[in-house]
Design a protein around this ligand. Structure first.
Ligand code: HEC
Length: 83
């Protein structure tokens, strides 16, 4: 995981609920990467989650302070995943 991604995960505690490969409270980064969200979509979903997108999981708590700049870094990282 790149340092700037790790920094963002630490800042918002995303890693409490999301791991790279395995299901925790929320889906793994690999699973989320398959949805190919744009930075804008990802920013919107983190600020205002749509639990209907993941019916197997409890609803994610909204993180209204999540910035567009941080969303871009996470989305660009996820969109490099190959499957
Ligand atoms: C307290 C646990 C928790 C934390 C902290 C958390 N998430 Fe989630 N996240 C979830 C759960 C559960 C889901 C699936 C249900 C949902 O989307 O509401 C989810 C779903 C998502 C999705 C998929 C959205 C969709 O609709 O497809 C993304 C992207 C995401 N999280 C990113 C993040 C990021 C980035 C952070 C940190 C800024 C974060 N999450 C912090 C629990 C969490």
């Amino acid at each position: 995981m790149p340092a700037e991604v790790r920094r963002i995960m630490g800042k918002y505690a995303c890693s409490t609920c999301h791991a790279p490969e395995v299901r925790l409270i929320g889906p793994s980064w690999r699973e989320m990467a398959r949805r190919r969200y744009t930075p804008k979509q990802l920013a919107t979903l983190v600020r205002k989650p749509q639990p209907g997108n993941w019916p197997d999981y409890p609803p994610m708590q909204p993180i209204p302070t999540f910035t567009n700049a941080d969303a871009k870094i996470i989305a660009d990282w996820l969109n490099q995943f190959k499957d």
